[in-house]
Design a protein around this ligand. Structure first.
Ligand code: ZN
Length: 316
């Protein structure tokens, strides 16, 4: 076996390890939530669709606004109670996407997307999980203004964690869409693919939505077979990651490949091929002679690949 590579300290997996205590028992208590919102320690993340509004500052921009500051930016569509951090209430303040875009021209604000914020480290890393939480729930509100059962308009209740239909009494809850993301392995090689959406040098794990009635392991085997023609046997769970684009949960797995002949589904992937450990190590460390790379540490694919390089898959 080749010596374990020195890849440096393990980076943080983006949007995970939230410090928020969700305090779900308070959501139905309007007076308690209003009381928390009125406290001087309360703060809100301001989100307009895909845009996150930050206060420009150095070295890191500030993500948290007081309610007075947030209201001065524009009316709130919905506000969601995210929970408590050391007793201080945190909220998501839903600004109209058009209002957020207008702020791009304002002095003092940085309006950008969450991917850029995470990859470029534009805010304190501790702010990423609550921003992800707020973005996912507020996006759900924007897309669920009408009842999926009877078509009547719905109203937000439970501090932003449910929408109720007064006409048919249906209750609607924010949804999370599970995605299987996997690194298939055979001997000393792993399977990586390229989506046409990627920057030209990047290769990553295959991934796909888990379908109704499907186990995680079966989704891993199906996606690998559909996208690359590779049959997989044993599948082991690695880690998961909220991925609020708009509301996915990435479920990372390693999979034991049982075949080697790749047949690429060109409607899904630009290309897929086997990579050796030595080549993937050079990609992860940004030393590949052709400049090929793996995804950045904010993404779970980076961690799936790194765990394999460090012999930390459950197969080892
Ligand atoms: Zn209804």
């Amino acid at each position: 076996m080749s010596p374990r590579p020195d890849l440096g300290p393990k980076p943080h997996l983006g949007y995970t390890q939230s410090r928020i205590e969700r305090a779900a028992e308070l959501r139905g208590d309007d007076a308690a939530v209003a009381g928390l919102a009125a406290q001087t320690t309360a703060g809100a993340y301001v989100i307009g669709g895909d845009w996150i509004v930050l206060k420009k500052a150095t070295p890191l921009n500030e993500a948290l606004f007081t309610f007075d500051e947030a209201r001065a930016l524009g009316a709130s569509g919905e506000t969601v109670f995210l929970g408590l951090i050391d007793g201080a209430a945190r909220f998501g303040y839903g600004l109209a996407p058009s209002a957020a875009e207008t702020l791009k021209n304002s002095e003092g604000y940085l309006v950008t997307d969450l991917r850029s914020i995470a990859v470029q480290g534009l805010v304190d890393a501790a702010d990423l999980p609550p921003i992800a939480e707020a973005k996912a729930v507020l996006h759900w509100h924007l897309r669920h203004r009408f009842c999926s059962n009877c078509g009547s308009s719905t109203q937000a209740v439970q501090a932003g964690w449910r929408r109720d239909c007064a006409a048919c009494k249906a209750e609607h809850f924010p949804r999370t869409d599970p995605v299987a993301i996997m690194l298939a392995i055979i001997d000393d090689q792993c399977l990586l693919g390229r989506s046409p959406r990627f920057v030209p040098t990047m290769w990553s794990c295959l991934a796909g939505f888990i379908e109704p009635g499907e186990a995680i392991e079966d989704a891993v085997r199906r996606e690998t077979r559909e996208e690359a023609g590779i049959t997989c046997g044993r599948v082991t769970y690695f880690h998961s990651q909220p991925w609020p684009f708009p509301s996915s949960l990435m479920i990372g797995c390693h999979a034991q490949a049982l075949s080697r002949d790749i047949v690429v589904d060109r409607t899904e992937l630009e290309d897929a091929r086997w990579f050796s450990k030595a080549e993937v190590e050079s990609m992860l460390l940004r030393r590949h002679p052709q400049g090929l790379t793996t995804p950045p540490p904010v993404a779970i694919a980076h961690h799936l690949i790194r765990a394999w390089l460090e012999d930390e898959t459950a197969f080892d």
